[in-house]
Design a protein around this ligand. Structure first.
Ligand SMILES: NC(=O)c1ccc[n+]([C@@H]2O[C@H](COP(=O)([O-])OP(=O)(O)OC[C@H]3O[C@@H](n4cnc5c(N)ncnc54)[C@H](O)[C@@H]3O)[C@@H](O)[C@H]2O)c1
Ligand SMILES: [Zn+2]
Length: 471
C-alpha cells in the first residue's frame, strides 16, 4: 500500500500542485509536478509544445508521465489536466498509483486560469465544454476524491475515513479473497450484525477475542492462530478498539508468515491512534507491547459514526491522545466535531508514520507525555489508573518541562494527581526503554515545534514526576 505513488488528477485550476506540495512535505515524499517536469526535460514550455499540435504534446506527456510513474520510491505527483486522456497513462496509474481526484467547480477553475497563457483556457465556452468532457474521466480513473492535504496524506497511508463506512465494508476491504472477521465481543454485540451484512459473501469465518487487554495475550493469539482457516489470499478484518486491532493485526503479521489485514477501529483511541501506522503486538507478563511486528494494513477503514455507542469514559481515553496530537500539530483538534476530529488527528499521525515507519526519528514525538504516563501506570500496577488519565498527567509534566502553559490541558482533560508510590514511579521511569545511559530522553514541545530524544537532567524529571503524584 505505502509503496504506491499518490497521483493527483483533475481539471486545470483545481489546485493539484499546491495540494501535492503540501502532502509531499508532510509525508516526506518527493513531489513532481508533471507540467514542470515536461518543461524541465524538453526545455520547452507547454505553450510552445502545444504550438506543434495537441497530439504531439500528448505523446510527449504520456512518455514522461509513464517514466516518472515507473520510479520505485513512492512520490506525490500532480498530473496535467489532460494527462488521463491517454489509455497507457490510465493503465500505469492503476498499476502503480493511488489516484486521487481534486474536484473543482467550473466557475472557480475559470476564475483561477482566466487570462493565463494555458492553451486550453483561451475561451470560456470551450473551457466549459472541456470541463464536461473530462470530469467523467477523472471520476473513472480516481480511487477517491480529495478536498485537502489531510485527505491526500490519509490516502497515501491507506486510511479511509468516512461516516457510514461500515455499511460499505464489502467494497472497502481491498482484494476479492475471503475475509476472517476478528472482533471484540462487546463491539460484536453492538455492530456485529451490520458488519456481517456489509461484508456479504466475502465473510468466510468469524472469531472473537477476549475483551480488553486479555486479547493481547499469547493464549488469545494461540487460540486465534489455531482457529484461522484463511489461506494467503485472505484478509483479516479487525473490528474493535485498540486491543482488538493490536492483537488481530499481530495475528495477520504472523499467520502463514503474514496475510493482509484491515482494521475497522471502533474506539476513539483506535481511530486516532492504534489502527494507524502499522504497529501490532501483544503483552508479556513483563510489560506491555513487548512482542509485536510492524505490519501496515491493506486499508484502515474508519467510520466515526461508530463512536456514537462509545461510553463516555472510553471517549475520554481517546481525547487524551487527541489533545497530545493537537499539541504536537499546534492545532486544537479537540474542538472539532467527531468526523473532523478523527480525520485531522488520524492524518497527523499517518504523516509521521509514513515519514518514519519504524519509529527511529520523528515518529517518536508521538510519545509526548508517555514516559511519565508509563511510569505512573507501572507504579499503579496497571490498576485504577487508565492510560488516558496517565497521559493527561504526563502531558502536564512534559509541558512544564518545556516551559509551556498547562491551562489548556487542565481545562480539557482535568487530570487529577494520582496516588502511587513515588519511588516506585521513579524506578519505573528509569527502567523505561527511552532511558539511555542513565540520562532520561524526553519529548518536549518548543516554541518552534516538538523535539524528541531531549536529554533532561534527572533532578528536573523527578520533580516533574513528583508533581503528578498526590499526597
Ligand atoms: N498499535 C498502536 O500504535 C497503538 C497505539 C495506541 C494504543 N494501542 C493499544 O490500544 C489498546 C487500547 O485501546 P482501546 O482504548 O481502544 O481499548 P479496548 O480495545 O479495550 O476498547 C475499550 C473498550 O471500549 C469498548 N468499545 C470499543 N468500541 C466501542 C464502540 N464503538 N461502542 C461501544 N463500546 C466500544 C470495548 O469493548 C472496550 O470495552 C492498548 O492495548 C494500547 O496498547 C496501540
Ligand atoms: Zn498513548
Amino acid at each position: 500500500m505505502t509503496d504506491r505513488h499518490v497521483a493527483l488528477v483533475g481539471f486545470m485550476g483545481a489546485g493539484k500542485t499546491t495540494l501535492g506540495e503540501e502532502a509531499a512535505a508532510r509525508t516526506g515524499r518527493p513531489f513532481v509536478d508533471l507540467d514542470e517536469e515536461i518543461h524541465r526535460r524538453t526545455g520547452s514550455t507547454i505553450v510552445e509544445l502545444f504550438a506543434e499540435g495537441e497530439s504531439a504534446f500528448r505523446s510527449v506527456e504520456e512518455e514522461i508521465v509513464c517514466d516518472v510513474l515507473a520510479r520505485t520510491d513512492p512520490h506525490v505527483l500532480a498530473l496535467g489536466g489532460g494527462a488521463v486522456l491517454s489509455e497507457r497513462t490510465r493503465a500505469e496509474l492503476r498499476r502503480r498509483a493511488t489516484t486521487l481526484h481534486v474536484p473543482v467547480d467550473v466557475d472557480e477553475a475559470w476564475s483561477r486560469v482566466e487570462g493565463s497563457d494555458r492553451p486550453l483556457a483561451q475561451g470560456r465556452d470551450r473551457f466549459g465544454e472541456l470541463y464536461e468532457e473530462r470530469r467523467p474521466l477523472y471520476e473513472q480513473v480516481a480511487d477517491a476524491e480529495v478536498r485537502d492535504a489531510d485527505d491526500v496524506v490519509l490516502a497515501a497511508a491507506g486510511v479511509h475515513v468516512e461516516p457510514g463506512a461500515l455499511q460499505r465494508l464489502g467494497e472497502l476491504v481491498p482484494g476479492d479473497g475471503p475475509v476472517a472477521l476478528v472482533s471484540d465481543p462487546h463491539v460484536a454485540g453492538i455492530h456485529g450484525m451490520d458488519t456481517q451484512l456489509a461484508l456479504g459473501p466475502r465473510l468466510a469465518e468469524m472469531h472473537e477475542l477476549p475483551p480488553g487487554e486479555e486479547a493481547k495475550t499469547l493464549d488469545a493469539l494461540d487460540h486465534l492462530w489455531q482457529d484461522l482457516r484463511l489461506d494467503r489470499r485472505g484478509t483479516i478484518v479487525a473490528l474493535g478498539g485498540g486491543c482488538t486491532t493490536d492483537a488481530a493485526g499481530f495475528a495477520a503479521a504472523t499467520y502463514m508468515r503474514g496475510v493482509a489485514w484491515a482494521p475497522v477501529p471502533t474506539s476513539l483511541v483506535a481511530q486516532v491512534d492504534a489502527a494507524i501506522g502499522g504497529k501490532t503486538g501483544i503483552d508479556l507478563p513483563q510489560g506491555k507491547n513487548l512482542v509485536g511486528a510492524f505490519h501496515w494494513p491493506a486499508r484502515t477503514i474508519i467510520d466515526p459514526a461508530l463512536l456514537a455507542t462509545l461510553p463516555e469514559a472510553q471517549r475520554r481515553e481517546g481525547l487524551a491522545e487527541v489533545v497530545k496530537t493537537g499539541l504536537l500539530a499546534g492545532e486544537p483538534f479537540w474542538e472539532l466535531r467527531d468526523d473532523e476530529l478523527v480525520r485531522r488527528t488520524a492524518s497527523f499521525k499517518a504523516a509521521l508514520c509514513l515519514r518514519d515507519p519504524h519509529d527511529l526519528a520523528e515518529r517518536k514525538m508521538l510519545n509526548l507525555g508517555h514516559t511519565f504516563a508509563h511510569a505512573l501506570e507501572a507504579a499503579a500496577g496497571y490498576e485504577g489508573l487508565t492510560h488516558g488519565r496517565a497521559v493527561a498527567l504526563g502531558l502536564l509534566a512534559a509541558l512544564r518541562l518545556s516551559g509551556r502553559d498547562i491551562g489548556q490541558v487542565e481545562e480539557i482533560l482535568r487530570p487529577k494527581p494520582v496516588e502511587v508510590d513515588r519511588d516506585k514511579a521513579w524506578e519505573a521511569m528509569q527502567r523505561d526503554k527511552k532511558a539511555v545511559g542513565g540520562e532520561l530522553r524526553l519529548v518536549l514541545l518548543d516554541d518552534d515545534g516538538p523535539r524528541w530524544d531531549v536529554a533532561v537532567p534527572a533532578g528536573e524529571v523527578r520533580a516533574a514526576l513528583d508533581a503528578l503524584i498526590a499526597g
